[in-house]
Ligand binder design. Sequence first.
Ligand SMILES: Cc1ncc(COP(=O)(O)O)c(C=O)c1O
Length: 375
Amino acid sequence: MSRADEILGQLARPDRTRLSGHTAKGFDLLAERIAGYPVTPVVCYELRVAGRNRLIRFKLEGESPWRSIKGRTAIGLLASVLGRTTDRSALIESTSGNLGVALAALAGDLDLPFTAVVDDRLPSAMERRMRLAGADLQPADPGPDGTDGLSSRLRTVARLLAADPDALWPDQYGNLVNPLVHRVWTGPELLAQAPLAEALFIGASTGGTLAGISRAARAARPELKIVGVDVEGSRALGGPHGGRLLSGIGSSRVSGLCDQSTCDAVEVVSSRSGIVHCRAWQRATSLSLGGSGGAVLAAALRHLAAHPELTSVLCLCPDLGENYTDTIYDDAWVQAQGIAPDEPGMMEEPPHECKESDITPEFQRTPAAPRRGEP
Ligand SMILES: Cc1ncc(COP(=O)(O)O)c(C=O)c1O
């Protein structure tokens, strides 16, 4: 059995003999998408934190067909509903952007009409990509004052479902295939790429990525420290509700898919710190992380400063900076949020990229690469 069939078999176990031709073709297409999905790259940087050299790796989930980790989640969610589709079915899902981009493309391939319920925090790049893929974008119904975007989106989903008995809602917030896809696919892939990492930093929104990777890591490498990352104002990992500037990471609801027992530690950083670290890292290295990647980086730097025993960590980066050119990477937008465009992050000196082949297990790089600015 191919690896793609094995992954799909763990996500959904359809009785192929009882599927209609249309549905069986749908499963074949999902198996093809898994087979064609790249192993997303891991890049490694050396930098000094609290007086010690450390290694930070980034797993870049944006280097994938639909440009975010939600491509994997979308495949899993579709596998979980495909057996219930008929030729009248349509999909409805609430999305802050990335999931909608992947679902729009996959639903198009499967000839399933797709309605993405969105709110006004949707990044414009994601709106364009969903429309291009043929999705119908439904703005969330306005709620009473003080209602946040997610509550309004979920109320709108409920209204649309009540109006269409053939509509299907994959429900990324409660569907256990969301964490499962990261337990059987993303997690094992990541663990094989970073055998020497001592800690993983993973952001939470629905909590599916964090819960799934944590389960995979605890089964395979129980000594690996799992650090859940959230932003101030998000309730995803149980913090108090408040305003947030970043989209993608965080939620106005406590995650139903993970809790603090999923993690060995939780780091909560401000949206501001996430934005500052996206920009500071991009200035220093030209790698442009998405907002949640910046938040995860800020959390990792703070955690490393407090934990001198940690040398080598991995940050999971759900998407890249391309989605945030008119927000995080726009000087005027950043200034309007009261942030100086060139505010320095927590880096003590510029990080430099290193090749895996230059790193020995004890983190004695041979030969030592010259530091930036040195001859
Ligand atoms: C852009 C983006 N997509 C996806 C995720 C992961 O979300 P979830 O917890 O829903 O798996 C995050 C979380 O950090 C994110 O920032």
